[in-house]
Design a binder for this molecule. Structure first.
Ligand code: BDP
Length: 727
């Protein structure tokens, strides 16, 4: 055989093998269903023996439904990880004791709690002590839910192979309301959902309770999420009818044992739509009476119901503004109805008027700042992290720090509406941390967003964080196993925003993918850089809102002429032959005035604006010199697009090297996702670079391969059936 033939045969074999590995079926393997609660067998003999010694005799003192959950979880976890028939033994014999503070012998309680202040019902303590020469572990708190949280913490220590000797871990949540927001419709379509249909099978509820509902609650409890808003903020009024409330009740009954409350999104015009009233004006007594009656009805069935989430006077939703009333009047009416039952209102600040009167990024602040102090104590104003809409990178919303007398709740998006749906591997931990650690300067240096949100800056008595869920009916829950890390990270940060995104990534990886330290390091590196990479190939240097319209899938910087100017892309990037970017400085729309000093002055001047926000706040000439690199703006923009796309190739390569340590099914599935991710990163790069080049009229920097197709090729790509469409 000549050399050419040999090469040809080899190429065929390589092709065949790679084809097989992608397309062939793998009958058994990890499909991601078990999330981070896999409890795989600890194969290291000594490790297993040492955990077994400590954990094979355990006792859960109480008998509530939550205690039963704890018992079940311990049985499952230990038999699976340790391979033994660990059983609930007598209290005296147990080396692991789970008990409420009130149930503890006084001496033990005093020793264990020494100097610790249990501020909330959720605080827990994991305490190592010795008794009759035997090493023991106690998990305790004021309530059974606290001990459930402590139990998951202990299990996490084992899952991440940490020592459980001489523990003294006291943990208290920094934020009180830690909820997922499901944008799930009653017909099971999930708005901006990329992981299948809604997990709530409304049609079969209340009779059919899937195991998945329990597993969902377990997963949430394991990271400290204590509530869930079941339905879309673009709410269907039917959710408040008796037919649906019965279904809501069935879910609430499942979630209660896991410390999770149920909340509902409500439509402000419900009194008219389902109540037969002629108005929903919040100042009318019959409207208040209707909501009071509805709340009573709900609490009679669901005594621990959490409350309402409301999107009002935003994107066509009804609200108090329809009756000439303020957001405070609307929110307070609902708050008054819920207050006697202990419920809260989460009132969204994501508003921009239908009759455009002000630049969109400024509107939420203009609307809500004057209302500061006007809300009842059981209202939280829920603010998206940035002033526009969950873009890959946004500066913080100027509302954070602007309302000393109104508690603000953070709204993050976990689902990747603007970050590549579920085929881009983006770990959002660094993004959440970037936002939370940003200084608002509201009360001088150190007034971080985290301190605003956790209530410590202004001494609010209620605090909250919401994450728009990425969960769906896919077997792997989130459409792609790596994206489970975002659900996980949201929960962990809502409990403790001081954790680093890196340590969260590390524990998630160990619990979900592999215990091999080398592989864990590689995956954590890959996860940690993934968000910056995404920003680079989508919206570098502060660009934003340049996705395709409607479904928001893929690039669309050319989008113009829609119903509203601020739904188009050209409105946001303002590219022309001279330059690019949105002038939000004092010479433009002066959005910077909404921030505190010194942020305001810093953002007003391009030379002191962080480069990642340059084009968010400034319109700059194509030859503007970028400080960090010395490149022209045009060259820097192109450089970042190319860098982002090549980093995705590198990520895919890193992933391919992990094969020996990852479950074969999971590995094969994820490899295919990486293939899509690579193609789509290049698509974003090529479409955006071609488009912006049509204005900049400058060549690509030397050495870069030009886009594969002419601009109109990208402009003509259509996706009428892209998933997750809006209502
Ligand atoms: C936008 C989504 C839209 C949501 C809206 C919201 O495109 O589907 O309804 O946010 O948060 O990002 O209300």
């Amino acid at each position: 055989m000549n050399k050419l033939k040999v090469t040809g045969v080899l190429a065929c074999i390589v092709l065949l093998v790679s084809h097989l590995s992608h397309a062939s079926s793998i009958l058994s393997g990890d499909d991601g269903y078990r999330l981070w609660l896999k409890y795989d067998y600890i194969s290291h003999l000594e490790q297993r023996a040492s955990y077994s010694q400590q954990l094979s005799h355990w006792h859960v003192a109480g008998n509530s439904s939550t205690d039963k959950v704890i018992r079940q979880e311990l049985t499952y976890a230990f038999s699976s990880m340790l391979g033994n028939q660990a059983v609930d033994s007598q209290q005296g014999d147990a080396s692991l004791l789970v008990a409420n503070l009130a149930e503890l012998p006084e001496a033990l309680r005093n020793n264990a709690t020494d100097g610790k202040e249990f501020k909330t019902d959720e605080d827990y303590l994991i305490y190592g002590f010795s008794e009759n020469g035997q090493k023991k572990v106690l998990i305790t708190g004021k309530t059974d839910v606290a001990t459930l949280y402590g139990t998951y913490h202990l299990l996490r220590l084992v899952q991440t192979r940490q020592s459980i000797v001489s523990l003294n871990i006291f943990s208290s949540p920094k934020i009180s309301v830690r909820v997922l927001n499901h944008w799930d419709n009653l017909d099971r379509h999930v708005e901006r959902g990329y992981a299948g249909q809604s997990i709530w099978d409304w049609h079969k509820l209340p009779e059919l309770i899937y195991q998945r509902y329990h597993d969902y609650a377990r997963a949430n409890a394991s990271v400290g999420i204590n509530g869930t808003v079941l339905n879309n903020v673009n709410a269907d009024p039917l959710i408040l009818t008796p037919q649906y409330l019965e279904k809501v009740k069935a879910l609430a009954e499942v979630f209660r044992s896991y410390g999770m409350k149920v909340y509902l999104s409500v439509k402000f015009s419900s009194p008219q739509l389902i109540g037969g009233l002629e108005t929903s004006d919040p100042t009318k007594p019959e409207v208040l009476a209707w909501w009071k009656q509805k709340s009573k009805e709900i609490y009679a069935e669901i005594p621990d119901f959490g409350g309402f989430l409301v999107k009002a006077n935003s994107e066509g939703q009804p609200g108090p503004g329809d009756f000439g009333r303020t957001h405070a009047q609307g929110a307070n009416m609902l708050a008054e109805a819920l207050a006697p039952h202990g419920g809260i209102v989460m009132w969204r600040a994501f508003v921009y008027a239908n009759e455009k009167n002000e630049e969109r990024s400024k509107q939420a602040y203009s609307e809500f700042k004057p209302l500061d102090g006007k809300f009842l104590p059981n209202v939280l104003v829920q603010v998206k992290n940035g002033p526009i809409d969950f873009q890959p990178r946004e500066p913080i919303s100027p509302l954070f720090g602007a309302t000393p007398n109104t508690p603000l709740m953070m709204e993050f998006q976990i689902t990747q509406e603007y970050l590549g749906f579920s085929t881009h591997n983006v770990y959002l931990g660094p993004m959440y941390k970037e936002v939370l650690s940003t200084d608002t300067y509201a009360k001088g240096k150190g007034s971080t967003v985290a301190k605003v949100v956790d209530g410590s800056l202004f001494q609010n008595n209620i605090s909250g964080m919401a994450g728009v869920s990425n969960i769906g009916s896919d077997r792997n829950w989130t459409g792609n196993v790596l994206l489970q890390s975002n659900w996980y990270a949201f929960g962990r940060l809502a409990w403790d925003h001081e954790l680093s995104s890196e340590e969260i990534a590390q524990e998630w990886t160990q619990m979900t993918l592999t215990q091999n330290t080398q592989a864990v390091d590689k995956i954590v590196n890959l996860l940690m850089s993934s968000r910056e990479t995404t920003v680079n190939y989508m919206t570098p240097l502060g660009l934003h809102h340049i996705m395709d319209e409607g479904h928001h899938y893929g690039p669309g910087p050319w989008i113009k002429d829609l119903g509203r100017e601020d739904w188009t892309s050209v409105y946001y990037h303002k590219a022309d032959e001279q330059g690019i970017g949105f002038d939000r400085s004092p010479s433009g729309v002066n959005a910077v005035a909404q921030y505190h000093e010194p942020l305001r002055s810093r953002l007003a001047d391009p030379s002191t604006t962080p480069e990642e926000f340059l084009l968010w706040f400034h319109h700059l000439p194509w030859d503007y010199s970028i400080k960090s690199s010395g490149r022209s703006l045009w060259n820097e923009l192109v450089h970042r697009y190319y860098q982002g796309a090549s980093e995705v190739e590198e990520m895919a390569k890193q992933w391919s090297e992990l094969q020996p340590w990852i479950d074969p099914l999971l590995f094969a599935q994820q490899t295919m996702v990486f293939n899509i991710h690579q193609q789509e990163a290049k698509w974003w790069r090529d479409a955006c670079v071609s488009y912006f080049q049509s204005f900049a009229k400058r060549p690509l920097p030397d050495g870069l391969t030009p886009p594969a197709h002419p601009l109109d090729y990208y402009q003509n790509m259509k996706f009428p059936n892209a998933p997750g469409r809006g209502d």
